[in-house]
Write a protein of this length. Structure first.
Length: 147
């Protein structure tokens, strides 16, 4: 089996890098492993390895994003507020001493991870909790429950 060395950024084609920068190929944006896999020309034994590697990398990336989102105490407090029910952005901001733009930035990060879903209601935006991404954290913690 021919195993080529992991390519450096310079060995990737211009198109590969341009697509990764523009976000057209999300797998390439997420990991160097995906960049390496796309250069293998998808030989049959390597294809399964690359698909497994990319799936694992995507799961780890999603889990890391959720951990980064819940690492901040303000964002955890926002999630606990939303656990009680939907709130507008103004109602959420009224519970904190920080500025509304700062709360909006926290909400934007929570939305990008998928922990908060927003929907427009007239001129207001209603925020709701989406706890599904927290399952990745729960599964990771379940492995350590025996300790």
């Amino acid at each position: 089996m021919d195993v080529s060395p992991r390519p450096t950024q310079s060995s990737l084609t211009r198109g590969d890098l341009a697509r990764a920068r523009k976000g057209r190929n999300p797998a390439m944006q997420r990991s160097p492993a995906a960049l390496w896999c796309c250069r293998l020309r998808w030989r049959s034994p390597d294809r399964q390895i690359c698909q497994s590697l990319m799936a694992l990398t995507v799961r780890n990336t999603q889990r890391a994003a959720v951990f980064r989102a819940i690492a901040d105490p303000t964002r955890r407090e926002i999630l606990s507020l939303l656990h009680g029910g939907p709130y507008t952005v103004g109602e959420i901001a009224a519970n904190f001493r920080t500025s509304r733009p700062a709360i909006s930035k926290h909400l934007r990060l929570l939305r990008s991870v998928g922990l908060v879903a927003t929907r427009p209601d007239g001129t207001a935006r209603i925020c709701e909790l989406n706890a599904r991404p927290l399952r990745a954290v729960s599964e990771w913690l379940r492995d350590y429950e025996t300790f």
